[in-house]
Design a protein around this ligand. Sequence first.
Ligand SMILES: Nc1nc2c(ncn2[C@@H]2O[C@H](COP(=O)(O)OP(=O)(O)OP(=O)(O)O)[C@@H](O)[C@H]2O)c(=O)[nH]1
Length: 259
Amino acid sequence: MSVFPPIRRDRVIAQLPQCFRKEAALHSKEDFNNKVKTACQEQRTGTVGRFKISKVIVVGDLAVGKTCLINRFCKDTFDKNYKATIGVDFEMERFEVLGFVSRSQLDTAGQERFKCIASTYYRGAQVVIIAFDLTDVASLDHTRQWLEDALKENDPTGVQLFIVGTKKDLSSPAQYAQIEQDALKIAQEMSAEYWAVSSLTGENVKEFFFRVASLAFEMNVLAELEKSGSRQIGDVVRINSNSSNLYNTSKKKQSSCCQ
Ligand SMILES: Nc1nc2c(ncn2[C@@H]2O[C@H](COP(=O)(O)OP(=O)(O)OP(=O)(O)O)[C@@H](O)[C@H]2O)c(=O)[nH]1
């Protein structure tokens, strides 16, 4: 019997969520990789084992909406009052992907003390999400610097990169069309996948995080297959199909090392 609570029903992913724009996608295939699907179908996972946790970090300029993005997805809440992030906030989310558990830790850090925690924060990230404000071109320009910083601590080939425009509700269609052109160009330069979201309305938020979780899962399984010569998938665990799917995330705050 699993010691973990069941996965929430609204965190079940049976098909690969599609990219937002084909011009700037990590890949634009319609379905999960065949090797991954076969391995999952054949349940080459043993029974209960250790879960791999994908570390997902969200970076970007001050007040672009990083915390709101995480809160909209994890808690379905939105706060219009700005409270600067102090230290590091993180949420743990569990998904069921192709019948297997996949866990993601979503981190965002405040700018105030960011410099002294940066290397610890970035290290080991599997997914880097660089957020910018769709109504603030400067925040888009700064994504290059955020990328450079994130890659100082990580092997670029092992990191999945996303550029996310936030506050879509605040930009007019004309404004949006203009900034999207620039964002697509930058995303292509960086080999990143581009998305545009609104945490206020919730537009594209769930789709975005499902895409992130799915691509991270796909990468983990492929890496595991490569490592074990296709013998077994060690870091993913088969869901007990009889379990009911009720599970709530909990938010915890950590203080930074500099407090
Ligand atoms: N209209 C609108 N406002 C948003 C949206 N997302 C965030 N905001 C507002 O933008 C401000 C900053 O949001 P946060 O999520 O706290 O920004 P942050 O990037 O986490 O801030 P720091 O971590 O302190 O850098 C808040 O006042 C939010 O209400 C959005 O999608 N639409």
